[in-house]
Design a protein around this ligand. Structure first.
Ligand code: ZN
Length: 327
């Protein structure tokens, strides 16, 4: 068998040329994920745009702090597993790590090469940028959305925010950036993954996963206040402090644990492919929504639908945005 195959193709229809908006106010750069009609589900177009904006913010000496937020009702419905702009089968000539292109690679190598670049590689790169970052989270923060919040140094959430990683239902042990047992106590991390249930902002705050919780109407103001306060500190002091804490986390095993679990994650993708011909275990945004709804105890049905909306009444419905932490 050749180890090069015909490139996969897909009909990709982007709904926007600006999946991330960039604005500088004072010493703070605001990056706004801009696919609100799809709960800001993250395709590669958005991933590379986030990376571009972060480079720009890091290079700008006037910027001291960076905020990452999502337009609309939700922070992030996770990785794109079903919008018209889903672009897994697309080559990005300017890759940001030194991994080779995935689209003409056979079998499990296809997703492995892709996710080394766009998920594990990109998230680590973002976590280590030398300026403080703040995730401003409202509404849904699902699966791949957790990765975007977790790579930030601080998280400010509105009281209606919730967090969930439902990908165990796909047979996958959590999203690619496996920080769960570092973001949460290990037993809570297991519960979070085993059940796929939502964690509300109040519990996330009590566990230390979120720094501040404020009413939705005050979210931007509270985030601005925090960002400006941090921005009043000296640049190098902030950069060194960030590295100090990140280094301590890595000494506790964060990086090496993530390396190990990334390979379990890909074993799970491969198992799905071998047994069902589908790397997400036969699940899509719709079936995830239905499964989580029917499994839902205590009225938390709908998490993991990637729609970022639990009510079933949203205009978002049926557009197939959503997450698998895979794709
Ligand atoms: Zn994956």
């Amino acid at each position: 068998m050749s180890d090069i195959v015909d490139p996969r193709t897909a009909d990709i229809r982007y709904e926007t040329d600006t999946p991330v908006l960039y604005e500088v106010r004072g010493a703070v750069a605001w990056l706004t994920m801009n696919r609100p009609e799809f709960a800001n589900s993250q395709n590669s177009q958005m991933t590379y745009a986030i990376d571009d904006c972060l480079r720009r913010a890091v290079a700008d000496d006037a910027v001291k702090v960076i905020v990452l937020r999502g337009a609309g009702k939700h922070f992030s419905g996770g990785h794109d597993i079903g919008t018209p702009g889903r672009d897994v089968a697309k080559t990005w000539p300017e890759r940001r790590s030194l991994w080779y292109d995935h689209v003409n690679k056979p079998g499990a190598e296809y997703l492995y090469a892709r996710e080394q670049e766009v998920y594990l590689g990109m998230c680590r790169r973002w976590r280590d940028i030398p300026k403080p970052t703040i995730a401003m989270v409202q509404g849904a923060c699902i699966a791949g959305g957790l990765m975007l919040a977790w790579v930030c140094d601080l998280i400010v959430a509105s009281d209606d925010a919730y967090f969930t990683d439902p990908v165990v239902r796909m047979g996958i042990p959590g999203v690619e950036y496996f920080a769960h047992p570092f973001e949460l106590p290990p037993r809570v991390a297991k519960e979070f993954l085993f059940t796929g249930e939502r964690m509300d902002a109040a519990r996330a705050h009590a566990l230390g996963m979120v720094n501040r919780v404020v009413p939705r109407a005050e979210l931007e103001e509270a985030t601005t206040r925090l960002a400006e306060r941090v921005a009043s500190m000296p640049r190098l002091g902030l950069a060194l402090t960030k590295q100090a804490v990140n280094h301590a986390e890595d000494l506790r095993g964060k990086r090496t644990a993530m390396d190990a679990v990334f390979h379990m994650h890909h074993f799970a993708h491969a198992q799905g492919d071998l047994t069902m011909g589908h790397s997400l275990g036969g699940m899509d945004a719709k079936s995830m929504a239905a499964a989580n709804r029917s499994a839902g105890s205590a009225g938390d049905g709908g998490q993991g639908d990637g729609k970022g909306d639990d009510k079933g009444d949203d205009k978002d419905g049926g557009k197939g945005r959503g997450d698998g932490g895979a794709g």
